[in-house]
Design a protein around this ligand. Structure first.
Ligand SMILES: [Zn+2]
Length: 554
């Protein structure tokens, strides 16, 4: 109760949009909590909001607004940064015609560099830096996505991560849900606020800023584009051939730091050595395992499913850049690495703004009907790549005496098997439309939240295909922040012509729409991250059901 009352107080006492009349502090004296504490602390929610109000008051380029409310009632702050904007509304932003970039920090509230870097970036904008970027781009900056998790400060929320020594928030939100597994099912108010922001402002580019505590490598930061094999080729080609190589080269040239694709080193034979997925909770890292005669190790990325931010953004035909500052570098260096990453990524975006917009438009207009798309995928085994492994040493947190790992300036080059990209394990031919029965109310509501276009069927439609179910199984309910008690469902079968009509009152989902890739992945019965998976159709897929309730037109 006390918690709820104090959360309400915060909401009531902090105006969403601060007045220009407010006295602006001198910007060079405006420090983030991290800077003011010499990198011993990270900012609280209240401190982030005050910082954002200060830059808003100091600069006509910055408009602070809100894009949602957390489950504990915290206003989710959004800073809109652009030249000549009347206000921070979507209409104002869209009217500029500029490239729209969303920068998100703190989805995992123990991984706090993005929250600090985003505030530094806001101050730099207010100081007139990066002025050229604003000729081509408008920025939507949300430093503290998981605001409730941020307030659950603990000294040991991040295992052996090298600080901040005064603690950090939690991975999950206040509902104990990992928001970075929620982008398809949208069970969190934060996830729904994100999707609303994306539907309203329609960014071309989404950055999601994390901290990695996996393998002990030598990179100050690792990154990832969208990983689902259904992502538009034009988007993937630019990211892999130009955007990430540019970022790596510029950071090396200007700062001498190495960056590469996110991964963890696995032992020969498949076991993980000194690394875990981006999804696992923090545990002490194991030292790097040297190669054995059994063969080289592999450098493997995380998952392809669009429940993750980067994969979801790719599924919406947009560019996604995920970053993982290296957890065992100092907190100060992690914030720097994240700012360098944002800077070089945005230098590329500035020079290529028109091409990025064109690639997005082309992906939105691409006709998917008749194309073969993945419904499930696995990591593909590629050729050999050079990975820079590193070393850490023990350090002590002076606050509670806990052992932290600290990065050593060591680079050990190792040839590893490339396991960075996914290949389909099951596919379907994309149809021209899906037909959803009116009683699939939960699925229909989810599609509306995602912004998928639908039309109500006015008269029965025939000439459709139905999915004859071969297997319909449910896994045991799984606790934990990623699955949240869901009993994940898997359906297999075959689409064949049917006499059954879609009755009036059903909803037609046309596939000639910008969100067609997303609709396909949500609606295909065998999808590994769709409405079937997440139990939205459970009442229509009970025992004895032999046909999937959603029909389609080839
Ligand atoms: Zn993370």
């Amino acid at each position: 109760m006390r918690r709820i009352l104090s959360a309400l107080l915060i909401v009531l006492t902090i105006p969403v949009i601060s007045g220009r009349a407010q006295q602006a502090p001198a910007l060079d004296k405006l420090l983030t909590t991290a800077e003011a504490s010499r990198f011993a602390s990270t900012s609280t929610y209240d401190e982030v909001v005050k910082f954002m109000q200060a830059v808003d008051a100091a600069s006509p380029l910055i408009h602070m607004t809100s894009y949602g409310t957390t489950s504990e009632g915290r206003m989710m702050p959004l800073a809109v940064v652009g030249k000549g904007l009347k206000d921070g509304s979507a209409a104002s932003v869209l009217a500029t015609g500029r490239l729209r970039v969303h920068i998100q920090g703190n989805i995992h509230a123990g991984e706090v560099e993005g929250k600090e870097s985003a505030q530094i970036l806001l101050r730099e904008f207010a100081q007139g830096r990066h002025a050229e970027w604003l000729d081509t781009m408008v920025f939507l900056i949300t430093p503290i996505f998981n605001a409730d998790g941020n307030e659950r400060f603990g000294l040991r929320n991040r295992g052996r991560q090298h600080g901040p020594i005064n603690g950090m928030g939690t991975r999950a939100n206040a509902q104990n849900i990992n928001i970075n597994r929620d982008f398809m099912k949208l069970e969190t108010p934060e996830g729904r606020a994100f999707v609303k922001l994306w539907n309203d402002y329609n960014p071309h580019v989404g950055m999601d800023l994390h901290t990695s505590d996996g393998s002990t490598h030598a990179y100050h930061l690792t990154y990832s584009p969208p990983l689902n094999p259904n992502t538009s080729d034009a988007i993937m080609t630019m990211m892999k051939n130009e955007w990430f190589p540019f970022v790596t080269e510029q950071i090396r040239k200007k700062h001498g730091w190495e960056t590469f694709y996110y991964g963890n080193a696995s032992n020969p034979g498949g076991g993980r050595g000194g690394g875990r997925g981006a999804g696992a909770p923090p545990t002490p890292p194991t030292p790097p395992t040297p190669p054995t005669p059994a063969g080289p190790r592999a450098w493997g990325t995380f998952e392809h499913v669009p429940r993750f931010h980067n994969n979801y953004v790719g599924m919406r035909n947009r560019f996604a850049l995920l970053s993982e500052a290296y957890a065992y570098a100092t907190f100060e260096d992690r914030i720097k690495a994240t700012n360098y990453f944002i800077e070089e990524a945005m230098n590329f975006a500035h020079r290529n703004a028109d091409r990025i917009k064109k690639a997005v438009d082309a992906a939105d207009r691409e006709a998917l009907a008749g194309k073969t798309l993945a419904t499930r995928a696995r990591l593909a085994t590629g050729g050999m790549i050079e990975i820079l492994m590193g070393e850490v040493e023990d350090d002590k947190n002076p606050v509670d005496g806990a052992v932290m790992s600290k990065r050593k300036d060591v680079i050990i080059k190792e040839q590893m098997i490339d396991r960075l990209w996914f290949e389909p394990t099951a596919t379907e031919t994309a149809p021209t439309a899906y037909y959803i029965p009116a009683n699939a109310t939960k699925a229909l509501e989810l599609l509306r939240q995602h912004g998928v276009t639908m039309e109500e069927v006015k008269a029965p439609v025939t000439g459709l295909h139905a999915y004859a179910i071969k297997e319909n199984t449910q896994a045991a309910p799984r606790a934990g922040i990623d699955i949240n008690g869901h009993a994940l469902r898997t359906v297999t079968g075959t689409w064949t012509a049917t006499q059954t009509a879609a009755p009036a009152g059903s909803w037609m989902v046309p596939m000639n729409q910008p969100l067609a890739r997303l609709a396909f992945y949500l609606l295909e019965p065998n999808s590994d991250d769709g409405v079937t998976t997440w139990n939205f159709l459970d009442d229509l897929l009970g025992e004895g059901v032999t046909t999937y309730p959603i029909l389609r037109k080839q």
